[in-house]
Design a protein. Sequence first.
Lengths: 182, 182
Amino acid sequence: MRADAQRNYDRIVSVADDLVSRDGAEVSLEEVARRAGVGSATLHRHFPGRLALLEAVFRDRIAGLLDRARELAETGPPGDSLVVWLHEVNTYVTTSRGLAAALLAHGEHLAEDDTCGAKTAAAGELLVSQAKAVGRVRPSVSAEDLIVLVSGISLAVGGDSERSRRLLDLALAGIAPAATSG
Amino acid sequence: MRADAQRNYDRIVSVADDLVSRDGAEVSLEEVARRAGVGSATLHRHFPGRLALLEAVFRDRIAGLLDRARELAETGPPGDSLVVWLHEVNTYVTTSRGLAAALLAHGEHLAEDDTCGAKTAAAGELLVSQAKAVGRVRPSVSAEDLIVLVSGISLAVGGDSERSRRLLDLALAGIAPAATSG
DNA sequence: CCTTAAGCGGGGTGGCACCCCGCTTCGTCG
DNA sequence: CGACGAAGCGGGGTGCCACCCCGCTTAAGG
C-alpha cells in the first residue's frame, strides 16, 4: 500500500473512531471523510460500506477482548471466567456506540468470516468449552449464542450500562429464583 | 377527523404494513406514500416520524398480544403462562420485521408512554406478578426487562425464528445445566 | 530525473426525510 | 341546496446522504 494511502486509511479510521463513539454507528460517512480531510471517494474506496469501516474502527478493541479471553482461560476458575468475560464484553459493547452493530455483521451465522463477531465468538468458545467441562454450562449453549445475546441486549438498551449489566445477569442466570438447594 | 383524512390514514397504515413486513422497519417513507397514492407531505402530517407510523402499523398486533396475556393470566398455570406468553411475543416480534424497533421506541424507559412497548410491558406485568407469587420468577425481574430482552434477541437474530426461540429459552433458563436435584 | 500506475477528490446521480404554500375538497349552516 | 371557511392535500423545494466517474496528482522504482 502506498504511503499516502496508508496515511489516509489511518486518518479515516481515527476520525471514524471519534465520531462513532460520539454519535453512534449511523454517522454520516461524508462527515467522516470531511473531518479526515479526504474526499468521500477515498473513504468509499478504502471501505466498501459502513460495516467495513466499523470493523476497522473496532478491530483493536476486539483484539483486546480476545487477549482478555485467553488470559482468563489460563488464570481464572473455568466456570466464573466465562461470566466475567461476558460481562466485560457486555460493558465494552454497551459503552462503545456502534460496536453491537459491528459484532452482528451479517446478523445470522457470524462464523467462518473474519468479522469482529466471528473472532469474538471464537475466543469465547475457549471459555465456553472450559465452563462446559466443569458442568457450569449446558452443552447446547454456544459462544456464538452468547455473543449474539450480549449484542442484542446492548442494542436493546441503548447505552444504559446498568440495565445492560442487569439484563445480562438475568439472561445468564435465568428468571427463576436461585435454587437454594445447593 | 375528516372522511378523506381518515381514508388516507388507513391507506397509509395498510401499505406500510405490507412494506414493513416485506422490507423491514427502514422502508422508505417516500415509497410508502407513493404506493398509498398520497403525497409525502400527507404521510408526514399524519405520522410525525417513522416511529409514529410503526406504532400505528403494529397497534392491532400488539392489541392481540395484550388480549392473549389476559387470557393466559386467567386460564393458565401462573408459572408456565408467562413463559408461554413470552414465547408468543418472541415469535410475533421475530417474524414481524420492524416490530422490535417499534417495541423499543425511546429505547430506555418505555414506561408511562402509551407506546407499543409500554402497553406490552404493562400486560406482561400481570403474568410476571402471578409467576412471582408462585415462586417461579425472582422479584428483581420486571416485565419491562423481559420485553426489552425479547426485543433485543429479535433485533440481534434478524429473522431467524428458530434461533430466536432458542436464545429466549436460554435467557429464561440461564446457561447452567438443569438442576437435576429438583 | 522520468515514467507509470496507484491513488486522489471535485463534482455528479439518484434517493431520502421533511417542509412550504397555493389549491381542492369536506362539512356545515344559512 | 348553495356558498363559505377551514381542514386537508400534494407538487415541488431544500438540504443531506451513499456511492461513483474520471481527469489530475504524486509516490515509488529504475
